[in-house]
Design a binder for this molecule. Structure first.
Ligand code: FAD
Length: 464
């Protein structure tokens, strides 16, 4: 069988070796002509149409150990698919081995200990649903079909994050299969250096087969939804958001978006979630409603799981997506002007948005060197987001993003690794700041041959 190595060499795998590998798995090994191969290779971002030589549909840690061992022994290009949501499409590879964790999607909650044990391929919707059944939750991202694996390893922002911290701040232990195919557990007691790196260092260090998360008591009904404003009101609303959001109560999360639709409609939205006492919500939200009268006010008492799936339909699987982002350390008026101009002047027949998820709160209270995730002080995260269907627009979209990002980027420093874009590699040192050298040392210890390279890659030191 034809395949490629991590450093791009074409190789031929012996048919007998591939047969033995397949026979050693409890799950299936899919090759090009297998039933189910085409659907298994598809990832959320339809811009990526890659064909792995093999897809190992792992059913447990034993399969993952076997698959990593086979990839390492043959120096194969390796990708790891958790929820399949990577914006850069790196969970599927061309002619390498794809480790597919989608069948490892179980979630078990221990309500007495307030711990959720979550398999590496589970989706956020499953984590929220199982936890909320006990009146518990932890920070999870804003779209329920995103994977727990990738989101947690890279950080994890979400509607509860300003109260409970990043998703990775709530990890108590991770089961990992390392580059040598061996299984280990990382926690504050065991393999502490790896535990540090797994919280923000992305998929650089191994395959996470299971996570233990700290859960917190919450009201399963929160006050949230969307406020939508006319384009004329957008500058005033965005100014208020930039200046006030970092000081808002920890229980309030507000994500702002400037949107242009293919029919040329332009507007602004604030996505609101208040997870504090419900009888305080009106008072806390009053300043937001007073900036300008929203043209649509969808904020009301709503089950948290409904809020958590409110963005699902707008981010459907299979469309094409292109994103470039960065952290806003401190708001400057120039950023507001650039953001408004970007959408005012946008003309492509695709959905275009400038989005600002909120920082501050509990994110900021963890020291930048306590975990690999260094960007604790950022007030916001900004990204340009495009979504389209017709491949004829691929080049135009990329050119539009590059031109406009060049204007936004000077207002940012570093970027969120879960919004990695293939041409962001040069900015990785800024992203990790003082943690970068420690990550390189960790990578050199745990993955000296860079087997886990399809991610926001921290390269190991070359062997001397
Ligand atoms: C619609 C949408 C909404 C989003 N919303 C948020 C949000 O609210 N907050 C936020 O913080 N982020 C958000 N993100 C970004 C998200 O965190 C990343 O896309 C993340 O990579 C998704 O993880 P995944 O497992 O689904 O992705 P995959 O594509 O499966 O994986 C991405 C990468 O993560 C690594 N990986 C995944 N699982 C494992 C594992 N078990 N072990 C080892 N490595 C693994 C691999 O390196 C892989 O290449 C969103 C993304 C999308 C597309």
């Amino acid at each position: 069988m034809e395949a490629v190595t991590g450093d791009g060499r074409q190789i031929l795998l012996k048919a007998a070796d591939v047969r033995d590998f397949a026979a050693s798995l409890r799950g299936e090994l899919l090759v090009r002509d297998s039933a189910g191969y085409d659907s298994a290779r598809r990832v959320w971002n339809g811009a990526f149409d890659r064909h792995p030589a093999m897809i190992a549909r792992c059913t447990g840690a034993a399969d993952v150990m076997r698959a990593v061992g086979f990839a390492a022994a043959n120096h194969l290009l390796l990708s790891v698919r958790g929820g399949g949501h990577s914006l850069s499409g790196q969970s599927v590879c061309e002619k390498g081995l794809m480790i597919d964790l989608s069948q490892m999607n179980g979630v078990r909650v221990d309500p007495a200990r307030r711990i959720a044990t979550v398999e590496g391929g589970a989706l956020l919707g499953a984590l929220d649903r199982e936890s909320l059944a006990h009146g518990l939750a932890t920070t999870a991202g804003t779209v329920s079909h995103t994977g727990v694996g990738g989101l947690t390893l890279g950080g994890g922002f979400g509607r509860l994050g300003r109260r409970f911290g990043l998703t990775c701040d709530n990890v108590r232990a991770v089961d990992v299969v390392g580059a040598d195919g061996k299984f280990l557990t990382a926690s504050s007691q065991q393999n502490k250096d790896l535990f540090w790196g797994l919280r923000g260092g992305g998929g650089n260090f191994g395959v996470a087969t299971s996570f233990d998360f700290q859960l917190h008591p919450v009201d399963p009904v929160m006050v949230g939804g969307e406020l939508a404003y006319t384009w004329e009101d957008a500058p005033a609303v965005l100014k208020f958001f930039f200046e006030s959001a970092p000081q808002m109560p920890d229980e309030l999360n507000v994500d702002a978006a400037l949107v242009r639709l293919p029919n040329d409609a332009r507007f602004m939205t604030l996505d609101i979630c208040y997870c504090g006492p419900r009888d305080q919500a009106e008072r806390v939200l009053a300043p937001l409603r007073q900036i300008r009268k929203p043209m649509r006010d969808g904020v009301a008492a709503t089950p948290y799981t409904t809020l958590q799936s409110s963005g699902d339909a707008g981010t459907a699987h299979g469309r094409r997506y292109y994103i470039k982002g960065g952290f806003v350390q401190k708001y400057s008026p120039g950023l507001l002007d650039v953001a408004i101009a970007t959408i005012s002047e946008a003309k492509l027949p695709v959905v275009q948005a400038v989005v600002f998820p909120q920082g501050g709160g509990a994110y900021k209270r963890v020291k930048p060197d306590a975990t690999a995730f260094a960007q604790r002080a950022a007030e916001h995260n900004v990204f340009l987001f495009n979504s389209w269907e017709d491949p004829a627009f691929n080049d135009q979209v990329a050119a539009w993003v590059r031109t406009n990002w060049a204007k936004v980027e000077p207002h940012t420093f570093g970027f969120y690794v879960n919004e990695f874009n293939a041409d962001d590699a040069a900015r990785l040192r800024d992203t990790y700041g003082a943690n970068f050298d420690r990550l390189v040392a960790l990578k050199t210890k745990y993955d000296p041959d860079n087997l886990f390279r399809l991610n926001a890659n921290v390269a190991p030191k070359a062997r001397s």
